[in-house]
Design a protein around this ligand. Structure first.
Ligand SMILES: Nc1ncnc2c1ncn2[C@@H]1O[C@H](COP(=O)(O)OP(=O)(O)OP(=O)(O)O)[C@@H](O)[C@H]1O
Ligand SMILES: [Mg+2]
Length: 255
């Protein structure tokens, strides 16, 4: 699903009002994996919440496959994954996956069965368990299974693995990349992790401190997998760090 953001501004009411996005424009072609990076509080979650239809667009425009977020959302064409997954504790793992279908509009079928979705994320053995019996990584897998169930053309991912330990995070990002390559949704992936953005994404969009403006739009034209030690990776890393106002990485010092 093609995503088009044009002159998008957003201000939260209050005294004083708080501008979160300022005339932000960029487009994401269908099937592209775009990472979004920017300082804490700059407006990244606001951008995703606007795209998910959780906040009304105030100024400018945001179109998802030519539709408004409300239209695309009503047809379940958009999947949203937050930092901590919203799971119903009194339902089993399988039922939590099935819940994704509960509000599907008429005429829309699931892409996979619940058991197929659980198998894809390696949770078949836990289908009858309850969420509290799962580790943090397994809970995020469960959230990912729900995303897979829907045939969503756009995955909005707001640092979904940020709360996890390094190893689990690494494994899940690999799995996510496999799923993306098999299914090819458009992905908007918010992360604080510069290396992760470069390992995963086709492109990295760097936002300024609040209110978010576009300060760098960096294509990542490297074949996957991408060893961090390669000179091309390091060159892109330096550009990203410079755009974010960070000092050069230690590995490059004196180079
Ligand atoms: N509902 C709200 N009401 C008022 N202000 C808000 C609201 N939601 C967000 N903000 C403000 O808008 C700004 C952007 O918030 P947002 O959550 O989009 O930042 P972020 O880039 O996602 O930050 P982080 O990286 O820490 O998650 C912040 O200053 C925040 O305080
Ligand atoms: Mg955020």
């Amino acid at each position: 699903m093609h995503l088009e953001i044009e002159q998008l501004s957003h201000t939260f009411a209050g005294r004083p009002p708080r501008a979160a996005l300022a005339e932000l424009s960029f487009a994401v072609p269908s099937g592209q994996f775009t990472a979004v990076i920017g300082p804490s509080g700059c407006g990244k979650s606001t951008l995703l919440r606007l795209a998910a239809g959780l906040l009304p667009v105030q100024e400018g425009s945001l179109r998802l496959g030519g539709q408004t977020p409300a239209q695309a959302g009503a047809q379940r064409r958009v999947a949203w994954m937050a930092q901590s997954p919203a799971l119903l504790p009194w339902r089993t793992v399988r039922d939590n996956v099935l819940l994704a279908l509960r509000f599907l509009p008429a005429g829309h079928a699931a892409r996979l069965s619940a058991d197929e979705a659980l198998a894809r994320v390696g949770l078949s053995d836990s289908a009858n368990a309850y969420p509290f019996m799962l580790s943090g990584g397994m809970q995020q897998r469960l959230a990912l299974a729900r995303t897979l169930m829907l045939d969503a053309g756009l995955w909005l991912m707001d640092e979904p693995f940020a709360a996890l330990d390094e190893l689990t995070r690494e494994r899940l990002t690999h799995e996510l990349l496999d799923l993306w390559q098999a299914q090819r949704p458009t992905v908007l992936w918010v992360t604080h992790h510069i290396q992760e953005a470069l390992r995963l994404a086709d492109r990295v969009v760097v936002l300024s401190p609040r209110p978010a403006r576009l300060i760098l739009d960096l294509p990542v034209d490297l074949p996957r997998p991408r060893p961090e030690s390669s000179p091309a990776f390091q060159a892109l890393l330096s550009r990203l760090r410079a755009a974010l106002g960070l000092a050069a990485a230690p590995a490059e010092e004196g180079a």
